[in-house]
Design a binder for this molecule. Structure first.
Ligand code: S3P
Length: 177
C-alpha cells in the first residue's frame, strides 16, 4: 500500500448527478491506489435498509438526515480514502461545509443522453419515479450550481470509459501535487 502521505488529497469525494458513475469510478480508483472506498448510499443501506424503503416509510427528510450522518462519518475517517456521495447529499449545508474544509471534491459531469440507459434500467431511485428522464433533468438543472460551487476538479465524463475517467483524474491530481 502506498504511504498515506503520498496521496495528494485528504479525502477524495465524488459528487454529481444520479447515475453519473460515482460509485463505479470511486471503487476502481480506490482499488488502484489501495485506499478505502466508501459509498454513502451503501453505508445507509447497510445501517438502515434499502433506500427506496426508507423513502417510502420515512420520507426524504429522514433519508437526508441519515445521509448527512453517513457522509460525516466517512469524512471523519483518519486515513485518506475515496468516498462517493449520493446525488443529493451535497444539498445539506453541514455537508457542504465539511466538504469545503476536509476534502478534494471531484464533480463527475454528464448529461441525460449518457445516463438515460442507466436510469431507465434502475428501479431503485425513488426521486426518479414516474418519468425518470424528466425528473433527472429537473434535478440536474437545480443541482448543477451546487456541484459546480463545491468542485475542486470537474471531469466531463461524456464519451469516456471508467478507465479514461480515472486516467484523467490521475493526471489532474498529479499536476496539482
Ligand atoms: C439521490 C441519489 C441516489 C440516492 C437517493 C437520492 C438523489 O444516489 O442517494 O436515491 O437525491 O440524487 P445516486 O446518486 O448514487 O443515484
Amino acid at each position: 500500500m502506498p504511504p498515506q502521505t503520498e496521496q495528494p488529497f485528504r479525502h477524495l469525494v465524488l459528487i454529481g448527478f444520479m447515475a453519473a458513475g460515482k460509485s463505479v469510478v470511486g471503487r476502481e480508483f480506490a482499488s488502484r491506489r489501495q485506499l478505502k472506498f466508501t459509498d454513502t448510499d451503501q453505508l445507509i443501506t447497510e445501517r438502515h435498509g434499502p433506500i427506496s424503503e426508507l423513502f417510502a416509510a420515512r420520507g426524504e427528510c429522514y433519508f437526508r438526515e441519515l445521509e448527512a450522518r453517513a457522509v460525516a462519518s466517512a469524512l471523519a475517517e483518519k486515513n485518506p480514502g475515496v468516498i462517493s456521495l449520493g446525488g443529493g447529499a451535497v444539498l445539506d449545508t453541514g455537508t457542504q461545509q465539511l466538504l469545503r474544509s476536509g476534502a478534494t471534491v471531484v464533480f463527475l459531469d454528464t448529461d441525460l443522453e449518457t445516463v438515460l440507459p442507466r436510469i431507465v434500467r434502475s428501479g431503485h431511485r425513488p426521486l426518479l419515479a414516474g418519468d425518470p428522464a424528466r425528473r433527472w433533468q429537473e434535478l440536474a438543472k437545480a443541482r448543477r450550481p451546487v456541484y459546480e460551487s463545491l468542485a475542486d476538479i470537474t471531469i466531463d465524463t461524456r464519451g469516456l470509459t471508467v478507465t479514461a475517467i480515472i486516467d484523467r483524474l490521475t493526471t489532474i491530481l498529479n499536476e496539482g501535487a
